[in-house]
Design a protein around this ligand. Structure first.
Ligand code: COA
Length: 251
């Protein structure tokens, strides 16, 4: 396991907190594995009614660790831990609430497409610079984002990598609410408590109806992952990763 993900129970709420502040919560394979395991454990435990995803002050997540992207490029595939988390999100059995503050890049944005309620602070900007990195959308986002925010906004976000500030993210339907930094966790836990107090069977049926086919999402996650793995080996991607990893030396 890893100290970079803290999993704890608050009554019937399972909290999954990304905690690698020195790297702005860039996600390593171990972090994906820990989050996938926590989701599975919470889904299988009848004492858990709701999952909560949180980051650290100023950083929900800066996306996949770019050093790992380089390693995946050499290995020829995305790490299986990445796919495990994405599939666990798509197949999740319990509502998921996320609280986002500040940086939300790549998977730091697309994880929220699997959440039932996302609260974000005013300073949050959601970014998915996949194409600028020579990559393609992941996490089922090519299917989920157009359905949630419309195809044109999805193109601007996923295709052009334009940032979506929190207020606009709310206006287009990516997130539920914009809050002050000091209120973020209180609002998240108030929503989680509200969910936890509902009749769980009725809420599950209602949620399943609203989410539609899980397997369609899983199939898209796998299709994207194959294309993504191919792109990781592309000259476009390797150039972009090197530029990021060498920028401090250069600057
Ligand atoms: N992978 C690996 N390391 C990352 C990272 C990532 N995705 N994001 C940030 N880091 C590291 C930085 O290299 C830096 O490490 P160092 O202190 O050892 O040099 C540290 O985290 C802090 O990041 P820094 O860039 O100094 O912070 P910032 O506030 O100026 O900028 C970001 C934050 C997120 C805007 C910037 O780090 C960034 O663009 N990261 C890459 C995001 C990305 O493209 N993710 C992949 C999406 S698919």
């Amino acid at each position: 396991m890893t100290e970079h993900v803290i999993v704890e129970r608050r009554g019937t709420i399972q909290v999954i907190r990304m905690n690698r502040p020195d790297k702005k919560n860039a996600l390593t394979r171990a972090m994906y594995a820990a989050m996938a395991e926590a989701l599975a454990a919470g889904d299988g435990d009848e004492d858990v009614r709701v999952h909560v995803f949180l980051g650290v002050p100023g950083a929900f997540s800066s996306g996949n660790d770019i050093n790992d992207f380089m390693a995946f490029a050499e290995g020829g595939a995305l790490g299986e831990e990445v796919i495990d988390l994405l599939v666990a999100l798509a197949r999740s059995q319990k509502p998921i609430v996320s609280g986002v503050d500040g940086i939300a890049v790549g998977i730091g944005t697309t994880i929220n497409l699997h959440c039932d309620l996302t609260f974000a602070t005013r300073r949050t900007v959601f970014r998915t610079p996949f194409v600028d990195l020579g990559l393609v959308p992941e996490a089922g986002s090519s299917l989920l984002a157009p359905a949630m925010i419309g195809r044109q906004q999805a193109f601007a976000t996923l295709g052009l990598g334009r940032g979506l500030p929190a207020e606009r993210a709310k206006a287009v339907g990516l997130i539920y609410e914009v809050v002050d930094e000091d209120d973020l966790e209180r609002e998240v836990f108030a929503a989680a408590e509200e969910i936890a107090a509902k009749p769980p069977e009725a809420l599950k049926i209602a949620r399943d109806l609203m989410r539609g086919s899980r397997e369609e999402v899983v199939a898209r996650i796998k299709q994207e992952a194959e294309l993504f793995a191919g792109r990781l080996r592309s000259a476009e991607a390797l150039e972009a990763f090197s530029a990021f990893l060498n920028r401090k030396k250069a600057g």
